[in-house]
Design a protein around this ligand. Sequence first.
Ligand SMILES: [Zn+2]
Length: 509
Amino acid sequence: MNLDWQVCSRARLSRDARFDGKFFIGVLSSRVYCRPICPAPTAKEKNCRYFPSAAAAAEAGFRPCLRCRPECSPGTPAWLGTSNTVSRALRLISDSGLEDGGVEVLAERLGVGSRHLRRLFLQHLGATPIAVAHTRRLHFAKKLIDETSLPMSHVAQAAGFGCVRRFNAAIRQTYHRTPTQIRRLAHQKTIFPENQYLFRLRFRPPYQWESILAFLAPRATPGVEEVSLGRYRRTISLNGNDGYFEVSLDQRREALSVHIQFDDSQALFVIIERIRRMFDLGADWQAIAPRLRTDPALAGRVEAVPGLRVPGCWNGFELATRAILGQQITVKGATALAGRIVNTLGRPFSATSGLTHLFPAPEVLADARLTSVGLTSARAETIRALARAVCDGQISFEGIAESDAFLTRLCEIPGIGQWTAQYVAMRALGEPDAFPSGDLGLLRALELKSVRELERRAEAWRPWRAYAAMYLWNVAGEGKIRGNKVVAARARNVIVEKAAPCKHFSIIV
Ligand SMILES: [Zn+2]
């Protein structure tokens, strides 16, 4: 554990939201643990203990605060930088839908020994993998109790407790209250229809919501996704159920508001985790910014537009398909092709206006005649080959423990090269260091002539090259770099509805 107590202390006393989720404070007098932003009166320093994770505070015998609600924090940064293994393990725990596979299974998937994994967790998070998973289950259960009207038996199932008895016991032990008493405290004002939910997902500021929408808007697949009036919406399909979600910014709370319509409440954890990743809510801007500022060409941009995120995706297969469609054509052209594919092969969906289809599953695209919607025969074959590989189980976009092995398999598909693979790594795997160095837009943004030159320059941005790419695309979209200075071509705040696909993004999806 490398917590600097002086930094923690300053963040706690100033209630600094940038540190939310990066550490927790145990207060000895009350035996409660809090987020740095807790509105309760600040405790004396000698009464405070600092923990790198909620699980570590829980293991030390502290209960979650009912005021600042540790379950609502943005959580441990998605990328711990110092330990890829721990970051990947946390991601696998998120992917698992909180099912209890045990530490042995987790370690095996990561290709390390279980004792080593345990040691790494203790070192970086101050708690064992089992304790981390247990705390996540508890926190998610608490969120469902507070923010939904789901019956308690459904909450127990959705949070991975298996049976109601275990759930009741865990909640009582942690909160010294029954689930029903906790729900009464929450004073829910709005009761939604049975299959609809509203969640608030916190981020660590700064967060460039407008920029993320400006990136997603021209790429939104017609019928499946929609960006309008400051909101992002899309259809989703999971375990045989269909639904949709809508995301908007809640600036006051430093959170995204997420409205979900989905019949199966057991899928909520996975849906929320995917949305958190899609909007890069786990990013730790304080870790990313200093590295990007070292490059004079990025420094001005980072100052002007702080908190740019790497947009992820809802579904890896869908994103990879979009990446193939976008090879060497404009964003506008790729989006139009995607719209035609969806219109012809997607499953109709009619729950809400504007969203008319679900993106076709791999089974549908594996044998589809894609040239009839305007694809070249080579591109059509690449998409079919990818779809077949997913159907055969040779490639799976879920539960990826080893990105390099996955990307090697992906590149074995004829028509998928490094650019596509790195783009997929950036947006589907959430690899913060992924970098599509062959991208024309990136070269142009820095006025470089060769890929090798760009790769050399990008060495200094590790392990955050994906964020550097976002800034360079942002530069290519909004201004030009002359010498080392960024000259803004447009106003800083992009008006999303008017954001036109940029010509510079010629081979970017
Ligand atoms: Zn608190």
